[in-house]
Each structure stands twice: as structure tokens, then as C-alpha cells.
Design a protein around this ligand. Structure first.
Ligand code: HEC
Ligand code: HEC
Ligand code: HEC
Ligand code: HEC
Ligand code: HEC
Length: 177
């Protein structure tokens, strides 16, 4: 009886070890965050992009909607390939992702700063017509060395404070659909 029980618990231990090994490999392979339950919103971008190393470039080269559309947009692979004929040094560990992106000419960046769908917000209006510097709303981004990992909402209070300061409309219907 005691023998059978301990054999049973031994196979449980083996099963647990196997599951831990699988989780460990999955974490490395898919770059899942360690302890995801502690980082409920951690978002990992497919390539560890470094803004600071690209500071010489104008933002509009990669976010090419800022001067003409509501959305700033995130860059596609063609833009990167202008300079990176081979994968940049620090993505070597992740070459498969880079090569796949080259093949399909697309990188699946995740959009992190976002407003609810019921809000009107336009980059053309603010960055181009209003001449507002990107860092007024995206603090720290130009000098960041790795992508942010959290979803960010710019709250109504921030919109209203700046509108009031600049004598821009604070009518509900301007911002709310
Ligand atoms: C105008 C040229 C240019 C374009 C376009 C460009 N890069 Fe770079 N990239 C560079 C330079 C220069 C470096 C710095 C190399 C160094 O310091 O070793 C670099 C470095 C990198 C690195 C390594 C960063 C690090 O921490 O060492 C990555 C990753 C990278 N680029 C990704 C991209 C991606 C993704 C795109 C497209 C969205 C892109 N680059 C577009 C010029 C460019
Ligand atoms: C070489 C291309 C490149 C240039 C130049 C560039 N960016 Fe980016 N930007 C990216 C990529 C790729 C991402 C997505 C990955 C990340 O977050 O790092 C991104 C993400 C962002 C985000 C976050 C978007 C989101 O979903 O929250 C902001 C804000 C941003 N960039 C602002 C800027 C500003 C401001 C400048 C100019 C100072 C700039 N970028 C220049 C490629 C670029
Ligand atoms: C007045 C505030 C403000 C300014 C100035 C601003 N942004 Fe944004 N940005 C936002 C908001 C709000 C969002 C989310 C928009 C949404 O979800 O509709 C956003 C989203 C983004 C994104 C995510 C992708 C997308 O298309 O939504 C990028 C990239 C970005 N901004 C880059 C820039 C750059 C580059 C500049 C400067 C040229 C800039 N922003 C200036 C407020 C601003
Ligand atoms: C300058 C733009 C702007 C104006 C003007 C504005 N809002 Fe908002 N409002 C927002 C944004 C952006 C959000 C979403 C972000 C957040 O939750 O803070 C929001 C969110 C809200 C929410 C929360 C909605 C939810 O789903 O939780 C309410 C309620 C609201 N607004 C009411 C109003 C009323 C009433 C007025 C007029 C007196 C008004 N707003 C004017 C930008 C604006
Ligand atoms: C840092 C200052 C600043 C912030 C933050 C800001 N705005 Fe604005 N907004 C402006 C300015 C300045 C204008 C007028 C631009 C122009 O000259 O056309 C404007 C114009 C607008 C307009 C057009 C209004 C009209 O009467 O035509 C809308 C809609 C708007 N903003 C929505 C938003 C929302 C939504 C947010 C928050 C997510 C926001 N803004 C955050 C400064 C700001």
C-alpha cells in the first residue's frame, strides 16, 4: 500500500518537473514574461527595438501618419531594410523572427498607446497643425532603449488640461463620438 502510494506521488513529481521544463522552454522560445500573473499587461514586442539608437532619424520616417492622418502608425519591414540588410547585432538570438518579417515584409508590432474607439484623436491635428512635440504626450520615448511593455491610455484629464491651457475647445462632442 505504502509502496503504491509513493509510486503514485513519484509520478506526480515527474509530471510536475516535465511541466516546469515545458514552461521554461516555452518562455525562452516565445519570450513569455516570467510570472505573467505579476505583470498582467506585459506586452513583448516581436523585436527589441531601441529608439535611442535611431535618434538621428525623424520620427515621421517610421511613424509616417503623424503629418497626414489620425494614426501615427508603426513601421513595416521595408523601412528597416533600407539600413539593415542583415539582422542588427542584438537580434541575432531572435533571427528567425527577423527573417520571417523580411519574408512577409511585415512586423506585427503591438500598439500600446490607445484610446477607446469612442474618442476622436488625430496626430495630424496635434503634431502637425498644433505643432506639439511628441514628448508632450509620449514622455521618454525618443531616448528609450527598449519597447514599453504596458498598455497606456492618455486620460481625459491630460487632454482637458492642455486644451484649457491653449484655449482649445473642451466641448464633450469634440472628443466623444
Ligand atoms: C536610417 C537607418 C536605419 C533604419 C531605417 C533602421 N535602423 Fe535600426 N539601426 C540603425 C543604426 C545606425 C543602428 C545602430 C547600430 C549600432 O549602434 O551598433 C541600428 C540598430 C538597430 C538595432 C540594434 C539595437 C541595439 O540595441 O543594439 C535594432 C534591433 C534595430 N536597429 C532595429 C531596427 C528596426 C526594427 C527598424 C525598422 C523599424 C530599423 N532598425 C530601422 C539604423 C537604422
Ligand atoms: C527606425 C524607426 C523608428 C523611428 C525613427 C522612431 N520610431 Fe517610434 N517606434 C518604432 C517601432 C518599431 C515601435 C514599436 C516598438 C517599440 O515600442 O519600441 C515604435 C513605437 C513608438 C511609440 C509607442 C507606440 C505605442 O503603441 O504606444 C511611440 C510613442 C513612438 N514610437 C514615438 C516615437 C518618437 C517620438 C520618435 C522620434 C523621436 C520615434 N518614435 C522614432 C520605430 C521608430
Ligand atoms: C497631444 C498628444 C499627442 C502628441 C503630441 C503625439 N501623440 Fe502619439 N498618441 C497619442 C494618443 C492619444 C495615442 C493613441 C491614439 C489612439 O488610440 O487613437 C497615440 C498613439 C501613438 C502611436 C501608436 C500608433 C498609432 O498610430 O496610434 C505612435 C507610434 C505615436 N503615437 C507616435 C507619435 C509621434 C511620433 C508623435 C510626434 C510626431 C506623437 N505621437 C505625438 C497622443 C499624442
Ligand atoms: C479634449 C478631449 C475630451 C473632452 C473635451 C471631453 N472628454 Fe471625456 N474623455 C476623453 C478621453 C480621451 C477619455 C478616455 C480616457 C479616459 O478614460 O480618461 C474620456 C472619457 C470619458 C468618460 C469615461 C468613459 C468611460 O467609458 O469610462 C466620461 C464619462 C467622459 N469622458 C465624459 C465627458 C464629458 C461629460 C465631457 C464634456 C463635459 C467630456 N468627457 C469631454 C476626452 C475628452
Ligand atoms: C499637450 C496639449 C494637448 C493635449 C495633451 C491634447 N490636445 Fe487636443 N489639441 C491641442 C491643440 C493645441 C489643438 C488645436 C490644434 C490646432 O491648432 O489645430 C487640439 C485640438 C484637438 C481637437 C480638435 C478640436 C477642434 O476644436 O477642432 C480634438 C478633437 C482634440 N484635440 C482631442 C484631444 C484628445 C482626445 C486628447 C487626449 C487624448 C487631446 N486632444 C490631448 C492640444 C492638446
Amino acid at each position: 500500500m505504502a509502496d503504491r502510494l509513493s509510486r503514485g506521488s513519484r509520478s506526480w513529481i515527474v509530471l510536475m518537473l516535465v511541466m516546469m521544463a515545458v514552461a521554461f522552454v516555452a518562455r525562452i522560445a516565445f519570450q513569455l514574461p516570467l510570472k505573467p500573473w505579476l505583470h498582467p499587461q506585459a506586452v513583448i514586442q516581436p523585436i527589441p527595438f531601441n529608439h535611442s539608437k535611431h535618434r538621428a532619424m525623424a520620427c515621421v520616417m517610421c511613424h509616417n501618419g503623424v503629418d497626414k492622418r489620425a494614426h501615427a502608425g508603426l513601421p513595416d519591414m521595408d523601412i528597416c531594410l533600407n539600413c539593415h540588410a542583415t539582422p542588427p547585432p542584438n537580434v541575432v538570438w531572435n533571427t528567425a523572427v527577423w527573417e520571417q518579417a523580411v519574408k512577409v515584409r511585415h512586423i506585427q508590432w503591438k500598439k500600446l498607446t490607445r484610446e477607446p474607439r469612442s474618442i476622436y484623436f488625430s496626430h495630424r491635428e496635434h503634431a502637425t497643425l498644433g505643432g506639439i512635440d511628441c514628448v508632450m504626450c509620449h514622455d521618454g520615448m525618443p531616448t528609450s532603449v527598449k519597447p514599453p511593455e504596458k498598455v497606456r491610455v492618455i486620460h481625459m484629464k491630460d487632454c482637458l488640461d492642455c486644451h484649457t491651457e491653449n484655449n482649445v475647445s473642451t466641448d464633450c462632442a469634440r472628443c466623444h463620438k
